[in-house]
Design a protein around this ligand. Structure first.
Ligand code: ADP
Length: 369
């Protein structure tokens, strides 16, 4: 016979409350629990500490004790932010402002919870606060350093690339189509210097994005011209691998208002990957008209991406363990940078892929005017 299972209820609610209080009081992060109307029901000492308060917060509304501003120094409605949270969220971009005007960088996590047991349990929210000013300033220093170093490396790398490329051209001309050890050595040097140039470029874009230094210059983009130009630039690389570079363009495409620079950089990342991770077949670059924007896509017949990897390819430094990926040099930064850039222009990326069949990266670019 089946036994009925009951949710264990605390024998002594007071004792349970004390246990909970000492548990949250031992936490290093500030914890504030509120009811569903964001009225504070429980908090710990660390919360008082970070909020720089010494009075009782119970019964107060959260907006009375937490004043936030976002990255653009705009004040944030904390009551709305908390009460509209449906699933746990965390944010590292807000600042906590004190009445004196001073501020600290905040890690803020909000989770909707059931306070109490079973159906009688009240709904509410748990807000976690941590001062991350020091971490943020270290991150800023790191990004500043990367930005300066990558900028300084650009010129010597560009000069070396130009010289190697010229030397390769002369060696190929003199060898009259034959393969020589010098051509081999110069080709390898050229590949490596191109890899280095790509790495420096990704690092520089990334550090600017992380420091919020990227700006969006909106201009008219002619999708036809852009894709024609990309096809022209990437055809030699595709041909070297015996791949066809095709285009699939909706003829009725109109001008699009967005950042030409970022749209181009995003598509270039997709195309270089498609060529890199395709051994035979083709890479197709296309665009379709959509409501209030254009959807670009890059489709390949390459090695494909497994279901579990599809969730990770946009992560920083992620590279698939697939041995065919590892045969190609890469940094794992390209798609991460792509996501950063796409956020700047409010674009949405979608990936469809099947292992050994190929991948399609699609990006919807909205008209920004
Ligand atoms: P990188 O190419 O430098 O390794 P990316 O961030 O551009 O870095 O890509 C991350 C990973 O995603 C790659 O290492 C590869 O495993 C996978 N990937 C990206 N594009 C493709 C593609 N078109 N086909 C197969 N795998 C891909």
């Amino acid at each position: 016979m089946a036994k009925s299972v009951q949710t264990p209820k605390p024998q002594n609610a007071e004792l349970e409350h004390e246990r909970l209080k000492s548990l949250i009081n031992s936490m290093a992060d500030g914890v504030i629990a509120t009811d569903e109307h964001t009225k504070i029901v429980l908090y710990n000492g660390a919360a008082l500490n970070i909020l720089d308060l010494n009075s009782d917060m119970s019964g107060k509304n959260i907006e009375a004790v937490i004043k936030l501003i976002d990255g653009n120094n705009q004040s944030v409605d904390i009551k709305k932010l908390v009460s509209q949270t449906k699933t746990s969220t965390a944010n590292r971009d807000y600042k906590l402002v004190y009445p004196s005007g001073d501020s600290v960088n905040l890690y803020l996590s909000i989770a909707p919870v059931h306070l109490g047991y079973g159906a009688a349990g009240q709904k509410g929210f748990v807000v976690l606060l941590r001062d991350i000013t020091r971490e943020k300033s270290l991150e800023e220093e790191r990004d500043e350093f990367i930005s300066v170093v990558s900028h300084e490396l650009r010129t010597p790398i560009a000069i070396a690339e130009g010289n190697i490329s010229n030397a390769l051209f002369i060696a190929q001309k003199e060898a009259k189509g034959k393969k020589t050890p010098i051509i081999d050595a110069l080709s390898q040097a050229h590949d490596q210097i191109n890899f280095l140039a790509g790495l420096i470029n990704d690092l520089s874009t990334l550090s600017r994005a992380e420091r919020g230094k990227l700006t969006v210059d909106v201009e008219a983009i002619n999708a036809h011209e852009l894709i024609e130009d990309l096809i022209k630039n990437y055809t030699p690389e595709a041909e070297r691998k015996g791949l066809k570079l095709l285009k699939d363009l909706d003829p009725s495409l109109e001008l699009l208002q967005s950042s030409k620079l970022y749209v181009r950089e995003i598509l270039q990342n997709f195309i270089t990957n498609a060529i890199k991770y395709t051994e035979k077949g083709s890479v197709t670059i296309g665009a379709n008209k959509k409501d209030k924007g254009i959807e670009f896509f890059v489709r390949d017949t390459g090695i494909g991406i497994s279901k579990s990897d599809q969730e990770k390819v946009f992560d920083k430094f992620f590279r698939s363990e697939d041995f065919r990926t590892r045969q190609n040099s890469g940094t794992g930064l390209g798609l991460y940078v792509t996501v950063k850039l796409s956020r700047m222009i409010h674009a949405d990326i979608d990936l469809k892929s099947e292992i050994n069949k190929g991948s399609t990266f699609t990006i919807f670019i909205p008209d920004l005017q």
